[in-house]
Design a protein around this ligand. Structure first.
Ligand code: HEC
Length: 176
């Protein structure tokens, strides 16, 4: 027992606990990447749906499918939740969730701003945070386009993104 204590003490001296330093204001601002439903915290910049198409095809389509419905990763567009015979993922999904409910990002998420937040912090897997803000605006626009929520010629920015009404908005209860 005494031997154990001694060896622990030696190790603690060799490897002191490093609690780090306080973040500067600038570092705190940079780390605060949460985007709120009303668009609060959206960065400056903009991206076009057309640019988003190219980025999406290069960096996202092989996991989410060319039209956002084919998978293998989570579907981003399409289904309103109920299966139909046109559903390209129906066999796989029937096995996974017994054919009851499968919704896409476009049909399930109540706020368009959340797409920006999620893509910027978590995609493209596995090189998350490799996209610039403008690229994230463009790709967000393209995902919205795949869901028929914006036009092909649209430009997305911090002013118009929070204005887009998602189909799922009315399926949620919202705090006043
Ligand atoms: C290597 C595969 C891969 C690539 C490439 C990829 N994704 Fe994903 N994506 C995933 C997986 C897996 C998930 C599910 C993650 C989870 O639920 O935690 C996901 C989830 C998502 C979601 C959330 C879906 C939901 O409704 O829950 C969005 C939005 C998304 N990805 C967008 C993108 C975009 C945009 C790109 C390209 C910039 C991209 N992904 C590239 C694998 C990938």
């Amino acid at each position: 027992m005494a031997g154990l204590m001694v060896s622990f003490t030696i190790h603690a001296e060799q490897f002191p606990v490093n609690l780090g330093t306080l973040l500067t204001e600038e570092e705190i601002t940079r780390a605060n990447i949460t985007i709120y439903p009303d668009g609060q915290n959206l960065p400056n910049g903009q991206g076009s749906v057309l640019e988003g198409r190219k980025l999406y095809n290069d960096q996202c389509a092989f996991c989410h499918g060319e039209s956002g419905t084919e998978g293998p990763a989570h579907r981003l567009a399409g289904s309103i939740g109920l299966f139909s015979i046109w559903d390209p993922l129906r066999i796989k999904r029937i096995m996974e969730v017994n054919g009851l409910l499968v919704m896409s990002t476009g049909q399930q998420w109540p706020y368009a701003t959340t797409i920006f937040d999620f893509v910027r912090r978590a995609m493209p897997h596995p090189t998350a945070k490799s996209l610039s803000n403008n690229q994230v605006y463009a790709i967000t626009g393209y995902i919205l386009y795949l869901n028929d929520l914006v036009g092909e010629q649209d430009l997305i920015d911090k002013n118009n993104l929070p204005q887009i009404e998602m189909p799922a908005f009315k399926r949620f209860v919202h705090a006043q």
